[in-house]
Ligand binder design. Structure first.
Ligand SMILES: *Cc1c(COP(=O)(O)O)cnc(C)c1O
Length: 386
């Protein structure tokens, strides 16, 4: 073992691959369970898009969480992993007809609808199946989250959701339709949010909207605040479980939930990020003009977050205890952005060493691509290594 890693076993395996620590995942799920139990009316869905590894999905569905899906494929994966259709919500700005039909056939809990044209299509397709679809409207609260521009979703200029000015109109339109039932409001302001003030800003906005709706005698049974809770990428060992207590208590204190309302959450990153690492082997250590490069067999095709969002993942040499040296850690892909980190301190590194890219359980394996005709990385859970 070095840190959390069973190095002797990992050394024998073909790299690169994702390694998921089941203990960390289960501890995370149990903290969520304990914290949520304090608040009647709180319901947590797992955002499948963060990681749809079938074994991870099964562990999460065993804990009783619902699923937040953004495609027909995710709905299928969730059902296959044991999530009951009645606990599935379906979001996304561009749902295809076949995806809507699939969701109607399964009888999912709710569609999170993002426009009037989409609402019309859901109404028509539900009519054709002789069904009534529950719908919630995704409202764009125009609340900025202090996170990377590519992962904020709640500002007016974003493609997501329905603007607050249009909210009354969509509700009226839906109430005139026979095959949709308006049951809730949905929000999601972004991802990797660590400043609770961002969630407080969302709560304040929802409180205002609720007052306006009540003035119009419109009752909303379900409020869904999306996901977005961030994790500590810098210190994965020190804080392997996100601060769910602070997160849920923020909503409990700030959101004026009515007694008849249910508050839904859609957590992705915070559930799975810290349990996963991308394990890679050092192919070469190369002396450049001014610096040394560690060239890995994993690249941006296996973990795209650094190239896509300049995301930071802690990098560790898990097979060396030698004194620290400084390296640029890069992948083998023919793109200059295929860099995992610059000026990274690692124990002195040689060809054949194993490198772990930490906190890669969310938006890692699931975002892998076959660019350069590379094989997709596999994912292994700690309890299935022999
Ligand atoms: C991506 C997404 C989530 C999950 O976000 P995290 O930051 O991973 O918690 C939740 N809801 C919606 C609508 C999303 O698009």
């Amino acid at each position: 073992m070095k840190g959390i890693f069973p190095v002797d076993k990992l050394k024998e395996m073909r790299t690169p691959f994702y390694y998921y620590d089941v203990n960390i995942l289960q501890q995370t799920l149990s903290v969520i369970r304990q914290e949520v139990a304090k608040y009647p009316g709180f319901v947590v869905h797992y955002a499948v898009k963060a990681n749809a590894n079938p074994k991870i999905l099964s562990l999460i569905s065993d804990e009783g969480l619902g699923a937040d899906c953004v495609s027909g494929g995710e709905i299928r994966a969730a059902i296959r992993a044991g999530f009951p259709a009645q606990k599935i919500v379906f979001a996304g700005v561009g749902k295809s007809d076949w995806e809507i039909n699939l969701a109607l056939e399964y009888g999912i809990f709710c569609f999170n609808v993002e426009s009037i044209p989409e609402l019309k299509v859901i109404n028509e397709l539900a009519a054709a199946q002789n069904k009534v679809a529950n719908v919630a409207f995704r409202i764009n609260p125009d609340v900025g989250a202090h996170t990377h521009a590519n992962i904020t979703t709640g500002l007016a200029e974003n493609k997501f959701g329905i603007s607050m000015q249009d909210m009354d109109e969509v509700i009226d339109v839906s109430q005139a339709m026979k095959n949709v039932k308006f049951i809730g409001l949905h929000f999601h302001i972004g991802s990797q949010i660590l400043d609770m003030n961002d969630f407080i800003a969302l709560c304040n906005r929802i409180n205002e909207l609720q007052d306006k709706l009540e003035a119009r005698r419109i009752l909303v049974e379900h409020i869904n605040v999306g996901g977005g809770l961030g994790i500590d990428y810098t210190h994965p060992n020190r804080q392997s479980i996100p601060n769910f207590r602070e997160y849920f208590v923020t909503y409990a204190r700030q959101l004026k939930l009515r007694s008849y309302q249910t508050l839904h959450f859609e957590l992705g990153r915070s559930v799975v990020a810290q349990c996963g690492s991308l394990i890679s082997r050092v192919l070469y250590v190369k002396q450049g003009t001014n610096k040394k490069f560690v060239i890995l067999d994993a690249g941006m095709t296996d973990l795209i977050r650094p190239a896509l969002y300049q995301a930071y993942h802690k990098i560790e040499n898990i097979t060396s205890d030698l004194p620290i040296e400084t390296y640029d850690v890069v992948g083998p892909i023919c793109e200059s952005s295929d860099v995992f980190g610059k000026a990274i301190d690692l124990n002195k590194t040689y060809r054949g060493d194993l490198i772990a890219l930490r906190s890669a359980g969310a938006y890692g394996e699931i975002m892998a691509s076959g660019y350069n005709c590379r094989e997709l990385p596999k994912g292994y859970l700690s309890d299935e290594l022999i």
